[in-house]
Design a protein around this ligand. Structure first.
Ligand code: ADP
Ligand code: MG
Length: 241
């Protein structure tokens, strides 16, 4: 469960992954490293395996070969609830579809990851308290101050995205991963959202890894990696024959 202060945020070597289905998609990554503090955009077309890679980084999926190290911790040494707790402590995740609990309040949704992450929860308490930290982030991300008690299902897409970002940022996890979080927004709103997200990521000192197919986002990042350049083999076949 220890994360090492000096290790890279992410270090992948010789990773092979195949979904356990008839679909023959295989992801093979020779080497992929993300130093701490980077604001990285990983660009690749739809279906290239970007979401799959994020599942491997966060330990939602397990590589069949190779090594995935996060903050110096090899994920293959973690199992079951230990792996879930590691994810909750060290990652803030903005899913493509946001994955908010529709019947939970906005505040409940923002605080959710802390239920599985005692150290992250303690940091949030120390920073000013659970509810007040949630409200501070929601306001910083441009949401109205009184939104906290609303049910997530009643929010617009743009508001849901900001709640998802607050949920990722709460308690300052070391790594924020974002899966095409602006794909549902028009260009002006994308820009607003990214500016607010980057401000909060910079304030917390987190490493940001965003994946997208949208090259127009490239200008906002400290490093841009073409997904194809980290792949050793890639194929998407079988599923649509
Ligand atoms: P991207 O995010 O770049 O669009 P994905 O990682 O979602 O790409 O998909 C890459 C391949 O993995 C596709 O062939 C897709 O069908 C397959 N895939 C993605 N998620 C799953 C899953 N949960 N189960 C089985 N196959 C999946
Ligand atoms: Mg995807």
């Amino acid at each position: 469960m220890e994360a090492h202060a000096l290790a890279d945020a992410v270090n992948l070597r010789g990773v092979e992954y195949r979904w356990n289905t008839r679909n023959s998609f295989t992801l093979s990554i020779g080497a992929f490293q993300v130093p701490r503090g980077e604001r990285l955009l990983l660009l690749g077309p739809s279906g290239s395996g970007k979401s799959t890679l994020l599942s491997l980084l966060t330990g939602i999926a397990s590589a069949q070969a190779g090594s995935v190290e996060i903050l110096g911790q090899p994920l293959n040494e973690l199992h079951g609830s230990g792996r879930d707790q590691f994810r909750a402590e060290h990652f803030g995740i903005i899913f493509q579809m946001f994955n908010l609990l529709p019947y939970g309040s906005v505040i409940d949704n923002v605080l959710l990851p802390l239920n599985f992450a005692p150290a992250r929860r303690a940091r949030t308490v120390a920073a000013g308290g659970l509810e007040s930290e949630a409200r501070r982030l929601l306001t910083s991300l441009g949401l109205p101050g009184d939104i906290g008690r609303q049910k997530a299902a009643t929010l617009s897409v743009g508001q849901q995205q900001r709640v998802a970002a607050a949920r990722a940022l709460i308690g300052s996890p070391e790594i924020i991963v974002a899966d095409e979080p602006t794909s549902a927004l028009d260009e002006n709103r994308q820009q607003d959202f990214l500016d607010l997200l980057f401000d909060q990521v910079d304030a917390s000192g987190a490493t940001l890894i965003m994946v997208s197919h949208d090259r127009r986002l490239a200008q906002h990042f400290t490093r841009v990696v073409e997904f194809a350049d980290i792949l050793t083999v890639s194929k998407t076949e079988g599923s649509n024959r």
